[in-house]
Design a protein around this ligand. Structure first.
Ligand SMILES: [Zn+2]
Length: 338
């Protein structure tokens, strides 16, 4: 199907499905029809000089985004040269549905182990958990001390501002990552949100883009690179003057990240994310029914050990990956970007 037809189809599905969207949906990723599961292996190196962008060359303007740059710390092991790097992040989404909430101690323990193994984690929790989990403040503060970041994950656009304020009130430091976004929300995210505490919030980094809100097969973007999406209709077109940086998560499993790293992509900064269900503490599987894979903490730890031996791999949170991309010149990367 041509992209324009796919988009019309996706929008049609969206319009009919959004009213039925359960706010409690857990990540249930199907195999994207437009991106083979092996997308990570399909990164096409640029034919020109590796660090040249395939779209607009970086200009003084594009190196100075009009939006605030990510404010989080640099990866502890920032690359010292222009060697192409694969940034691997970890993430978990906590939904509003109480039945899917993590056991607080098990989740803290999990994050302690993955960060001790060197990985960097970004957690996105929706408003129901932030408001309803009695130990939310403790969990946020304990994990931030491990270097875990709290991204802004919401299934309703208006909840993002609430989530930012709630994380602050719980003693955390909400960042500027829009973690999870539905096709039609992109335009709504282009201007800052007013917060109930008098402040403003602008999400300048995007991770997890879905063409339909039901997380059904084929709805999730599986790109592996970074760019600035032009619009929801031309999502895979880079706009050097755009104000939101998309961080691709790839297929979000261990195999996808490892395959990408070993394919030695020539882009300055490429990215893949390992996504873990915080309740089951297993890596998701886009192809599995129910979206859950079988890789748990032991498999993640041995993955981290293997990856840490590769000279072209850096562990970073999603926001750190975006920051590294800006610092490397905002050169478009990824498997699908035009
Ligand atoms: Zn969610």
């Amino acid at each position: 199907m041509k992209r324009s037809l796919r988009l019309i189809f996706a929008i049609t599905i969206l319009l009919t499905a959004c009213s039925q969207l359960p706010s409690s949906i857990t990540i249930n990723l199907g195999s994207p029809t437009n991106t083979p599961a092996s997308a990570a292996t399909q990164v096409t190196p640029p034919t020109a000089v590796p660090l040249q962008p395939t779209v607009a060359p970086p200009t003084a303007v594009s190196l100075k985004p009009t939006v605030a740059q990510p404010t989080t710390a640099s990866p502890t092991s920032a690359p010292k040269s222009n060697q192409p790097m694969v940034y691997i992040s970890g993430t978990s989404h906590i939904e509003t549905n109480r039945q899917t909430w993590p056991n607080p101690d098990a989740f803290i323990n999990f994050l302690r182990q993955v960060t001790a193994a060197g990985m960097k984690w970004s957690v996105g929790a929706d408003i129901g958990w932030l408001e309803g989990e009695a130990r939310a403040s403790e969990i946020i503060k304990t994990t931030e001390a491990m270097g875990v970041e709290w991204d802004i994950h919401a299934h309703k656009t208006e909840d993002r501002a609430k989530n930012v304020v709630k994380i602050k009130n719980l003693g955390g430091k909400p960042n500027t990552v829009i973690s999870g976004l539905v096709l039609t929300e992109l335009e709504e995210m282009r201007s800052p949100f007013k917060l109930s505490d008098g402040g403003t919030w602008f999400g300048d980094i995007l991770w997890g883009y879905t063409l339909r809100p039901d997380h059904s097969t084929g709805s999730e973007d599986a790109s592996t690179g970074l760019w600035k999406p032009k619009s929801s209709k031309e999502f895979y077109t880079h706009d050097a003057n755009g104000n939101i940086i998309m961080v691709g998560g790839g297929t979000r499993d261990l195999k996808g990240a490892e395959t990408l790293a070993k394919s030695n992509p020539k882009f300055a900064v490429t990215s893949a994310t390992v996504m873990v269900n915080p309740n089951k503490l297993v890596v998701i599987d886009m192809d599995a029914k129910g979206g859950l894979g079988t890789d748990g903490i032991n498999e993640i730890k041995s993955f981290a050990e293997r990856m840490s031996k590769l000279s072209n791999v850096r562990f970073a949170t999603i926001s750190q990956t975006a920051k590294a991309w800006v610092e490397a010149g905002s050169v478009v990367s990824g498997s699908q970007v035009k």
